[in-house]
Design a protein around this ligand. Structure first.
Ligand code: SAH
Ligand code: SF4
Length: 399
């Protein structure tokens, strides 16, 4: 427990933050506090002459009470609150669009200060609710089945921008403060737009804040990070977060994976599997999740299923089969339900849990791999057309 903030060297002076000072950005450019940890908050408040315990109080107002204005910080003097309000901000992204699916899934399109947009999706389930968080605007990788992959990377999100997705969802769903036992938002998955391990610093910082028992307090056991396989960063996630790990596997030979998950050319399967074997704390209660998108005629044969079992042998695992979610212009079809069932049975019979992920929020393009923001968003007409095609196929397949 830190009661005394460590002495901060190089702490900027208040003058540097003030309008006209070297750190003062243009126009309304109060300093954003969301995304700051305790030490940073102490450092940024120090020039106001605030003692460490004040920084701690303010930290709790932000991350436990979820306030968005200093006026709400009732245990601070009026004058101090006004002063804070002039220099600092406790912001949220602007909501550009909010959609609710017929299955209860909610998607927010969020605009950040510079106008860049990212999506965040809430998936309610029995006994829990999962927020699917974005880590980048777009993605530099180009997995061939992924809609986000067709959007070039615009930029990394900052820790504050990642965390503020969680905070905004808490505003909308649970309100603040909300005791852990009584929350709709119980879990976080880093499975939104972007590759979290190409933005590891910000992701680690945001998730540490989300986990902090003095703050937002979502246990690391309820956080899962999904990566397409940035092998050198996996070790760091194990060391610094040790949250759940999901791997976007999707193919069991280098030959196919090189094509559909191109990062495999840099970090081939053998290295990826080894990094997973070494992930700390694996046990039957804490398993690696292997995500496997079912692409008709591409990776869905019985032989693929058996090769998958050989590949992960000895690693505590669960396999998450994801029916391919189409998007406009996507070059694949989803495997037939019977094929998915046969594939799942092979895995099940080998003793692994192999849930088939029920697509959620497809009608609002919120399902896995469908997220894509801004400039290239599709219109309602195209969405309706895709949904009609999907329903027709499902009807034909007797679903
Ligand atoms: N970039 C990270 C996080 C995204 S997670 C990663 O790739 O792991 C989103 C998951 O949905 C990944 O497993 C991704 O491979 C999968 N996915 C992408 N496009 C999909 C699609 N069209 N249908 C179903 N799943 C898809
Ligand atoms: Fe990027 Fe993940 Fe999509 Fe691949 S699957 S393009 S890594 S978001």
């Amino acid at each position: 427990m830190t009661t005394q903030a460590a002495p901060i060297t190089n702490a900027p002076t208040l003058e540097e933050f003030l309008p006209g000072g070297p750190l003062a950005p243009a126009a309304d450019s109060r300093i954003e506090l969301v995304g700051m940890d305790k030490a940073e908050l102490a450092a940024v408040l120090a020039p106001l002459g605030l003692p460490a315990f004040r920084a701690k109080q303010i930290y709790r107002w932000i991350y436990v009470s979820g306030v968005t204005s200093f006026a709400q910080m009732t245990d601070l003097g009026k004058e101090l609150r006004a002063k804070l309000e002039t220099h600092f901000r406790i912001g949220r992204p602007r909501i550009t669009a909010h959609q609710v699916s017929e299955d209860g899934t909610q998607k927010w399109l969020l605009a950040y200060g510079d106008g860049n947009e990212a999506e965040t999706v809430f998936i309610p389930d029995e006994g829990r609710g999962t927020l699917c968080v974005s880590s980048q605007v777009g993605c530099t990788l180009t997995c061939t089945f992924c809609h986000t992959g067709t959007q070039r990377l615009v930029r990394n999100l900052t820790a504050g921008e990642i965390l503020s997705q969680v905070m905004l969802a808490r505003d909308a769903l649970d309100g603040w403060p909300s005791p852990a036992a009584d929350r709709d938002l119980t879990n976080i998955v880093l499975m939104g737009m972007g590759e979290p391990l190409y933005n590891t610093d910000a992701v680690v910082k945001a998730m540490k804040l989300a986990m902090d028992g003095d703050g937002i307090s979502i246990s690391r056991r309820r956080i899962t990070l999904s990566t397409s396989g940035v092998v050198p960063e996996i070790e760091r996630i194990g060391r610094e977060l040790n949250c759940g790990l999901a791997i976007s596997l999707h193919a069991v030979t280098d030959e196919l994976r090189n094509k559909i998950v191109p990062i495999n050319r840099k970090y081939p399967l053998e290295q990826l599997i080894q990094a997973c074997r070494n992930y700390p704390g694996l046990s039957n209660a804490r398993r690696i999740t292997w995500e496997y998108v079912m692409l008709k005629g591409v990776n869905d044969s019985d032989a693929d299923a058996r090769a998958l079992l050989r590949l992960i042998e000895g690693i505590p695992s669960k396999i998450n089969l994801i029916p391919f979610n189409p998007w406009p212009g996507s070059p694949y079809e989803c495997s037939d339900p019977k094929r998915i069932e046969a594939f799942a049975n092979i895995i099940w019979n080998a003793g692994y849990s192999s849930p088939v992920r029920t697509p959620r929020g497809r009608d609002i393009l919120a399902a896995c791999g469908q997220l894509k923001s801004a400039s290239e968003r599709i219109g309602k007409r195209e969405r309706d057309r895709m949904e009609a095609v999907r329903l027709e196929k499902e009807a034909a397949a007797g679903l």
